[in-house]
Design a protein around this ligand. Structure first.
Ligand code: HEC
Length: 149
Protein backbone atom coordinates (compact mmCIF):
# COMPACT_ATOMS: atom_id res chain seq x y z
CA UNK A 1 0.00 0.00 0.00
CA UNK A 2 2.79 2.30 0.96
CA UNK A 3 4.68 1.53 -2.26
CA UNK A 4 1.57 2.30 -4.24
CA UNK A 5 1.35 5.70 -2.64
CA UNK A 6 4.95 6.39 -3.54
CA UNK A 7 4.35 5.36 -7.13
CA UNK A 8 1.32 7.57 -7.49
CA UNK A 9 3.23 10.48 -5.95
CA UNK A 10 6.00 9.91 -8.51
CA UNK A 11 3.45 9.82 -11.32
CA UNK A 12 1.91 13.06 -10.17
CA UNK A 13 5.26 14.83 -10.18
CA UNK A 14 6.10 13.37 -13.61
CA UNK A 15 2.85 14.73 -14.99
CA UNK A 16 3.57 18.13 -13.46
CA UNK A 17 6.99 18.08 -15.12
CA UNK A 18 5.58 17.15 -18.51
CA UNK A 19 3.05 20.00 -18.24
CA UNK A 20 5.81 22.43 -17.44
CA UNK A 21 7.94 21.31 -20.38
CA UNK A 22 4.98 21.63 -22.71
CA UNK A 23 4.60 25.22 -21.53
CA UNK A 24 8.21 25.95 -22.32
CA UNK A 25 7.92 24.35 -25.75
CA UNK A 26 4.90 26.45 -26.54
CA UNK A 27 6.89 29.61 -26.05
CA UNK A 28 10.69 29.80 -26.11
CA UNK A 29 12.89 31.42 -28.73
CA UNK A 30 12.59 31.32 -32.51
CA UNK A 31 10.80 33.14 -35.29
CA UNK A 32 7.13 34.09 -35.13
CA UNK A 33 5.31 31.48 -37.22
CA UNK A 34 2.98 33.81 -39.11
CA UNK A 35 5.28 36.82 -39.46
CA UNK A 36 6.68 35.54 -42.76
CA UNK A 37 9.92 36.76 -44.28
CA UNK A 38 8.65 40.27 -44.73
CA UNK A 39 9.69 41.66 -41.35
CA UNK A 40 12.81 43.79 -41.75
CA UNK A 41 13.32 45.94 -38.70
CA UNK A 42 16.59 46.97 -37.13
CA UNK A 43 17.45 48.11 -33.65
CA UNK A 44 17.75 51.90 -33.48
CA UNK A 45 18.79 53.60 -30.25
CA UNK A 46 17.07 56.82 -31.40
CA UNK A 47 13.69 55.12 -31.93
CA UNK A 48 10.82 55.20 -29.47
CA UNK A 49 8.06 52.73 -28.82
CA UNK A 50 4.74 53.97 -30.24
CA UNK A 51 2.70 55.65 -27.46
CA UNK A 52 -0.01 52.97 -27.28
CA UNK A 53 2.58 50.16 -27.04
CA UNK A 54 4.65 52.02 -24.46
CA UNK A 55 1.50 52.41 -22.37
CA UNK A 56 0.61 48.70 -22.52
CA UNK A 57 4.15 47.67 -21.57
CA UNK A 58 4.16 50.18 -18.74
CA UNK A 59 0.87 49.06 -17.22
CA UNK A 60 1.07 45.31 -17.90
CA UNK A 61 4.72 44.28 -18.19
CA UNK A 62 7.10 46.69 -16.47
CA UNK A 63 6.04 45.71 -12.99
CA UNK A 64 8.45 42.82 -13.58
CA UNK A 65 10.35 43.65 -16.80
CA UNK A 66 12.15 46.54 -15.14
CA UNK A 67 15.81 47.55 -15.06
CA UNK A 68 16.98 45.70 -13.08
CA UNK A 69 14.22 43.11 -13.67
CA UNK A 70 11.91 42.13 -10.79
CA UNK A 71 9.94 39.03 -9.80
CA UNK A 72 12.17 36.69 -11.80
CA UNK A 73 11.67 38.37 -15.18
CA UNK A 74 14.64 37.66 -17.47
CA UNK A 75 15.10 41.11 -19.09
CA UNK A 76 13.78 44.69 -19.07
CA UNK A 77 11.07 45.80 -21.51
CA UNK A 78 11.41 49.56 -21.28
CA UNK A 79 12.63 50.79 -24.67
CA UNK A 80 12.45 50.06 -28.38
CA UNK A 81 16.00 48.70 -28.16
CA UNK A 82 14.93 46.24 -25.45
CA UNK A 83 12.76 44.46 -28.05
CA UNK A 84 15.94 43.51 -29.90
CA UNK A 85 17.76 42.01 -26.94
CA UNK A 86 18.90 38.42 -27.52
CA UNK A 87 16.70 35.71 -26.08
CA UNK A 88 17.63 32.92 -28.51
CA UNK A 89 16.38 35.33 -31.21
CA UNK A 90 15.15 38.89 -30.83
CA UNK A 91 13.04 39.44 -27.72
CA UNK A 92 10.12 40.78 -29.76
CA UNK A 93 9.67 37.32 -31.31
CA UNK A 94 9.66 35.59 -27.91
CA UNK A 95 7.26 38.27 -26.67
CA UNK A 96 4.87 37.69 -29.56
CA UNK A 97 4.63 34.01 -28.69
CA UNK A 98 4.46 34.50 -24.91
CA UNK A 99 1.62 37.03 -25.27
CA UNK A 100 -0.20 34.99 -27.88
CA UNK A 101 -0.54 31.94 -25.60
CA UNK A 102 -1.22 34.09 -22.48
CA UNK A 103 2.05 32.99 -20.84
CA UNK A 104 2.61 36.75 -20.34
CA UNK A 105 1.66 38.77 -18.35
CA UNK A 106 3.05 36.15 -15.99
CA UNK A 107 0.72 34.55 -13.44
CA UNK A 108 -2.15 36.90 -14.33
CA UNK A 109 -5.67 36.27 -13.10
CA UNK A 110 -7.04 33.16 -14.79
CA UNK A 111 -3.64 31.39 -15.09
CA UNK A 112 -2.55 28.42 -12.97
CA UNK A 113 -0.06 30.49 -10.95
CA UNK A 114 -2.37 33.49 -10.41
CA UNK A 115 -1.93 34.93 -6.94
CA UNK A 116 1.66 33.75 -6.48
CA UNK A 117 3.35 37.07 -7.38
CA UNK A 118 4.24 39.36 -4.45
CA UNK A 119 2.55 42.78 -4.22
CA UNK A 120 -0.90 41.73 -5.35
CA UNK A 121 -2.59 40.15 -8.37
CA UNK A 122 -1.21 40.60 -11.89
CA UNK A 123 -3.71 42.10 -14.32
CA UNK A 124 -4.17 40.28 -17.64
CA UNK A 125 -4.24 42.14 -20.97
CA UNK A 126 -7.67 43.18 -22.20
CA UNK A 127 -8.62 41.60 -25.54
CA UNK A 128 -7.94 44.94 -27.20
CA UNK A 129 -4.52 45.37 -25.56
CA UNK A 130 -3.57 41.84 -26.54
CA UNK A 131 -4.58 42.40 -30.18
CA UNK A 132 -2.73 45.73 -30.31
CA UNK A 133 0.42 44.27 -28.79
CA UNK A 134 0.43 41.18 -31.04
CA UNK A 135 -0.08 43.25 -34.19
CA UNK A 136 2.87 45.39 -33.16
CA UNK A 137 5.24 42.62 -32.02
CA UNK A 138 4.87 40.74 -35.29
CA UNK A 139 7.23 43.31 -36.82
CA UNK A 140 7.84 46.22 -34.45
CA UNK A 141 8.16 49.53 -36.33
CA UNK A 142 10.14 52.37 -34.75
CA UNK A 143 8.46 55.65 -33.78
CA UNK A 144 10.11 59.10 -33.72
CA UNK A 145 9.37 62.51 -32.23
CA UNK A 146 6.08 61.53 -30.64
CA UNK A 147 4.37 63.51 -27.93
CA UNK A 148 2.56 60.85 -25.96
CA UNK A 149 -0.56 61.98 -24.07
C1 HEC B 1 4.45 39.35 -12.69
C2 HEC B 1 5.70 39.53 -13.38
C3 HEC B 1 5.66 39.60 -14.89
C4 HEC B 1 4.84 40.36 -15.69
C5 HEC B 1 3.75 41.32 -15.29
C6 HEC B 1 5.26 40.07 -17.05
N1 HEC B 1 6.30 39.17 -17.05
FE1 HEC B 1 7.26 38.42 -18.67
N2 HEC B 1 8.31 37.15 -17.50
C7 HEC B 1 8.23 37.08 -16.13
C8 HEC B 1 8.96 35.93 -15.64
C9 HEC B 1 9.09 35.50 -14.19
C10 HEC B 1 9.49 35.29 -16.79
C11 HEC B 1 10.30 33.99 -16.85
C12 HEC B 1 9.27 32.87 -16.95
C13 HEC B 1 9.86 31.50 -17.13
O1 HEC B 1 10.87 31.38 -17.84
O2 HEC B 1 9.29 30.54 -16.61
C14 HEC B 1 9.08 36.09 -17.92
C15 HEC B 1 9.42 35.79 -19.24
C16 HEC B 1 9.04 36.56 -20.33
C17 HEC B 1 9.43 36.30 -21.69
C18 HEC B 1 10.27 35.13 -22.17
C19 HEC B 1 9.30 34.00 -22.48
C20 HEC B 1 9.96 32.74 -22.96
O3 HEC B 1 9.81 32.44 -24.14
O4 HEC B 1 10.62 32.08 -22.16
C21 HEC B 1 8.88 37.27 -22.46
C22 HEC B 1 9.04 37.44 -23.97
C23 HEC B 1 8.10 38.13 -21.60
N3 HEC B 1 8.22 37.68 -20.31
C24 HEC B 1 7.35 39.21 -22.01
C25 HEC B 1 6.40 39.86 -21.21
C26 HEC B 1 5.44 40.83 -21.70
C27 HEC B 1 5.34 41.30 -23.15
C28 HEC B 1 4.68 41.21 -20.63
C29 HEC B 1 3.51 42.16 -20.59
C30 HEC B 1 2.46 41.89 -21.55
C31 HEC B 1 5.18 40.49 -19.47
N4 HEC B 1 6.22 39.68 -19.87
C32 HEC B 1 4.68 40.64 -18.18
C33 HEC B 1 7.54 37.95 -15.31
C34 HEC B 1 6.57 38.85 -15.75
Amino acid sequence: MRALHLISAALVSLTACADHDADVDRVGPGPVPDAGQSCNVDPDPKAQLPCDIAQILETRCQRCHQSPPKNGAPFPLLTYMDLFGDYGGPIYQAAYKAVKVDFMPYCAEGSSCAGTVPDGPVQPLSAEQKATLLAYLKCPQPAYDQACP
